[in-house]
Every structure is written in structure tokens, then in C-alpha cells.
Design a protein around this ligand. Structure first.
Ligand code: HEM
Length: 500
């Protein structure tokens, strides 16, 4: 009866851009262009809410960029919009069946209640000294490497160093585990496995698979090598460090400790979670805890080699700070550092496209009414259960109609008064980069602090110069940088580094 009474979906009457292919729908256009570009073109033609054709004649996809619609979906109804059959198995492969994978309000809230306190501002403040120590270990290694090369390193992939920093920090503060500045064998194994999962082949296969999956979800379970490669890093963690972390700490649980591993072990000894779940959460947090921070730092360094005045301005702001900034100083005391973070997150969101599927009939309210094919003007859009909704985060965060020069790295835009358009979307800094609402990134406060500590250390100790290479962006689970002509080497960000 409920289904019968539910309003009919109006998605099929929404505007759709021209150019859909019979086989690929609009999806190949999305893949062939730089991330977000196709959606930006279509927003200009069709407005903030439209539909695109899916590949293999799968049902049309609702593209939602409207700020009121997105806020409604993420803040009020997220438990009715699950990760799609395309996304969920990928989360399981990359991260594990942890907090990012679980569906259902009760299950999710249960897990979140257990983990949130370990990543609160208070906990990060308490662990801030440990974060700085773990970062210094890696930065000291880089300093020594430079000393043995006459103070200059040419064509270095900065991601090697930002990955070591982020992994070393998350190991140290969340899992009481030492990755020896990212130089230990298990750190090397994890970072290597991660790279194997994002080869260009995996990128292409990821795209094909994504579209096929919409049609044939059964493919998830087949042993397709490039797809299964996405899971190497997770398996490396689960079969290696995760067991070791548990083994070393299981018998010495100190309930007053605020770290994540202790919270998991306490819950496990009290039979609130299974040993299996401990393992899944560890791989989730080791991966999610270093991956996006690594890339955000890498993209910042890349932009700062192309914007030397911005690099110098940041160095000057840092040099004027007396002593070591505290957690709270980093939050509010260094405005240019903060602007650089926000500008990087705006231009390079790790999650480029968020894809969810409605589990119930719903009517999504909109800020900008839509005109349907039959002439009706509607300020909400009805969806049926099973409707795929895509939020193209990177397109929204680079819209010229909002940001004026969306593709330009201009940290200064965050310093003065900001236009009302820029403040339309809800979320951290009016960006969608950490999502929003109950399923917002649980690690965002740690990510911001780690980013600021590591970037401050890098800029205070080293000068970064451009190599003249051109980067292009691609999506292999998250946004990745590829060097034109060197795709086979995997994601990289080459820079020259000079000791100061
Ligand atoms: C710059 C760094 C980061 C970015 C841009 C980022 C972005 C995001 C985004 C967009 C989501 C929502 C994903 C979705 O709904 O499908 C998310 C969720 C999540 N993030 Fe992050 N993240 C970052 C750092 C971290 C860190 C440092 C941790 C752990 C310490 C972490 C752990 C998680 C987890 C566990 C979830 C799932 C939350 C849930 O579903 O309740 N992230 N992140």
C-alpha cells in the first residue's frame, strides 16, 4: 500500500544533457574528461538538478548539485540512501568492512559511538605532541636524505614522503604502533600494496567495472585480477600489522587510553564487537587515516611549486610564529596555512563523486526549482526506491558561477569576505570534501591537524620547485595525480626539493 501511495518518481522528466551513447550512456563522457568537467558543462546547460543516462541501459542517474537537496540528503535522510552496489564492495575491498562500509542507522550509530570519542577535538589535543613527534621522525629522515645529496633532491615524488608521514602518524597515535617513520618493512608493504591497487589498469578497469556493476552486481564476487588488486593493501594490513597490533596490546589494555586501538580492544574483551570486526576497523582506519591526507598534502606541494609567492607567504607566516604552535594555534592562529588547506580541499577532493541509492520513496527539496519535461515547475524531486543519486563533489567545488575562477589555486579567496554563493553548501568550510551530517568523515579533525603539522614542517625546512611536468587527474577509487606520458608508473607528484 505504501508503495502504491508513494508519489511517482519525477526523475525521468528531468532535463538530460545531449550526447548520450546507446551503450555507454553519459558515463564514458564523464570518464574521458578531467574529473568533474563533464558535470560542470552539464550544470551550465541543465541547472543544478538533472539526470544522466547510465551505461548498458541501466536506469537514469539523478545528478544532485542543489545545496538544499544535498543538505537534506546528507543531514536528514542519509540512512535511507545507502552506498550503491558499485561503491560498497569497493569500500570493502579498499578499506574493509568497517565504519565506512556499514549500512543501517542502528549498526552505524553503534560503531560510531565506539569510535568518535577517540577522534574528538579533545582527544586530538591530548595526542597533539605525539602527532608532532611522529611527523618530525619522517621530516628528519628527509632532512638527512637531503644532507647526503648536497641539500638538493631532483624529481622526487613527494607522495612518498607525505604517505610516510601520514601513515607514521596514524600508526603512532591511533594504534600505538611504530612504522619507524614509514621506513619499516610493514610500512613499505602497505604503501607498495596501495600503489598496486591504483595502477592505470585498475583505473580503467575500475571505470568499466563501475558501469558493469550497475547492471550485473554479481561481478563483485568474481576473481577479476585488476579489481581484486584493489584489495591488496587491505589484506596486507589485515594479515600483517593488524594482527601484530592486537597481539602486542591485547593483554595490556589501559582503559584510560584515548587511542582507537584501545577502544576497539576494550569493546572486544567486553564482547561488544567481534575479533573480526576489530580487524576490519583496523584496516579501515589505517587506510582511510593516511590515504586522503597523503594526497591532500601532495596536491598542496604541487600547487605551491606553481605558486612560489604563496609558498613564500606561507613560510613567512610560519616563521613569524614564536615556538611550536599548539593544537589550538593551528586551528585559528595561522590564517594563511588554513586558507591553503581549504583551497586544496576545494580543488582536490579525495571523494570526487558521491554515489548513493534511495532505499525508500522520497521527495528531495530543492533551492532552485526544476522545470520538468511536461512543463511542471517543482521545488522538490520525487525519487523511487532504487534510484541512484550522484553528487559530483569536485564539479560543485570548482563551479565558475560560484568560485569565479574555479580551476585556479587562490588561497586568498578564503581570507577576505566570501560571496553568498560560496557559502551555499553546508559542510566544513562550505565544502563537501568531508561529506556532511551523520556520515561525515569521522577523521576530519585529525586529518586537518596532521595536514597542518606536516605541511608546516615541510615548508619551514625545505623549498619546493617545479619540475616542468604536467599533471592530469584521474580517479582510482579516490582522486589521483598522474604524470602525462608516465601513466604506467602510477600516481605521482614530482618536485625538486632544496634544504633551507
Ligand atoms: C584530507 C583527508 C580526508 C578526506 C578528504 C576525507 C574524506 C571523507 C569523505 C568524503 C567521507 C564520506 C565518504 C562517503 O560517504 O562515502 C569520509 C568518511 C570517512 N573517513 Fe575520511 N577523509 C579524510 C581523512 C580521514 C582520516 C584521517 C580518517 C581516520 C582517522 C578518516 C576516516 C574516515 C571514515 C572511517 C569514514 C567513514 C565514516 C562513516 O561512514 O561514518 N578519514 N572521509
Amino acid at each position: 500500500l505504501k508503495r502504491f501511495l508513494a508519489p511517482k518518481s519525477s526523475v525521468s522528466k528531468l532535463a538530460t544533457p545531449p550526447g548520450a551513447d546507446l551503450v555507454w550512456g553519459h558515463e564514458k563522457i564523464v570518464f574521458d574528461m578531467q574529473p568533474g568537467r563533464a558535470f560542470r558543462n552539464w550544470i551550465e546547460k541543465c541547472g543544478l538538478t538533472f539526470r544522466i543516462k547510465a551505461a548498458f541501459q541501466a536506469p537514469d542517474i539523478l545528478v544532485l548539485c542543489d545545496p538544499v537537496g544535498i543538505e537534506y540528503l546528507l543531514q536528514k535522510r542519509i540512512y535511507d540512501y545507502h552506498h550503491s552496489d558499485v561503491v560498497r564492495p569497493r569500500v570493502a575491498r579498499f578499506l574493509g568492512k568497517g565504519l565506512g562500509w556499514v549500512e543501517g542507522e542502528d549498526q552505524h550509530k553503534r560503531m560510531k559511538r565506539l569510535i568518535s570519542p577517540t577522534l574528538s577535538a579533545e582527544s586530538i589535543r591530548a595526542m597533539s605532541g605525539d602527532v608532532r613527534d611522529a611527523a618530525s621522525k619522517v621530516l628528519n629522515n628527509l632532512t638527512r636524505t637531503l644532507e647526503s645529496s648536497d641539500g638538493c633532491l631532483q624529481n622526487i615524488d613527494i607522495l612518498h614522503w607525505t604517505a610516510k608521514s601520514a601513515l607514521n602518524i596514524v600508526g603512532h597515535v591511533a594504534f600505538l604502533y611504530e612504522f619507524d617513520g614509514g621506513e619499516s618493512q610493514d610500512a613499505k608493504d602497505i604503501l607498495k600494496a596501495r600503489r598496486q591497487g591504483v595502477t592505470p589498469m585498475a583505473r580503467y578497469a575500475g571505470f568499466m567495472f563501475l558501469m558493469l556493476l550497475r547492471r550485473f552486481p554479481i561481478l563483485n564476487d568474481l576473481p577479476i585480477p585488476t579489481i581484486q588488486a584493489q584489495g591488496i593493501a587491505k589484506k596486507t594490513i589485515q594479515n600483517g600489522v593488524a594482527r601484530e597490533m592486537v597481539r602486542r596490546n591485547r593483554d595490556f589494555v589501559d582503559k584510560d587510553q584515548r587511542d582507537l586501538l584501545t577502544a576497539l580492544l576494550v569493546a572486544s574483551t567486553e564482547n561488544r564487537i567481534s575479533t573480526e570486526e576489530v580487524n576490519e576497523q583496523i584496516s579501515t582506519f589505517v587506510m582511510a587515516g593516511h590515504e586522503a591526507t597523503t594526497l591532500t598534502l601532495g596536491f598542496t606541494i604541487w600547487e605551491l611549486t606553481r605558486n612560489i609567492p604563496a609558498q613564500e607567504r606561507l613560510r613567512e607566516e610560519l616563521s613569524r610564529w614564536p615556538g611550536e604552535p599548539t593544537y589550538d594555534d593551528y586551528l585559528t592562529g595561522l590564517p594563511y596555512l588554513d586558507a591553503i588547506l581549504k583551497e586544496t580541499l576545494r580543488m582536490y577532493p579525495g571523494l570526487t563523486y558521491m554515489e548513493r541509492v534511495a532505499t525508500k520513496a522520497d521527495a528531495i527539496p530543492l533551492k532552485d526549482p526544476v522545470i520538468l519535461g511536461d512543463g511542471q515547475v517543482k521545488s522538490f524531486i520525487e525519487v523511487s526506491p532504487g534510484q541512484t543519486v550522484l553528487i559530483p563533489i569536485i564539479a560543485i567545488q570548482r563551479l565558475d558561477s560560484v568560485w569565479k575562477d574555479g580551476d585556479t589555486f587562490r588561497p586568498e579567496r578564503w581570507l577576505g569576505d566570501r560571496s553568498p554563493e560560496e557559502k551555499l553548501w553546508a559542510g566544513y568550510a562550505n565544502l563537501l570534501v568531508f561529506s556532511n551530517g551523520p556520515r561525515t568523515c569521522i577523521g576530519f579533525k585529525l586529518a586537518i591537524y596532521v595536514y597542518k603539522v606536516v605541511l608546516s614542517g615541510l615548508i619551514s625546512r625545505f623549498r619546493f620547485e617545479p619540475t616542468g611536468d604536467e599533471l592530469s587527474l584521474g580517479i582510482a577509487s579516490s582522486l589521483q595525480p598522474w604524470l602525462n606520458g608516465q601513466m604506467e608508473k602510477g600516481p605521482q607528484i614530482p618536485v625538486h626539493i632544496h634544504a633551507l
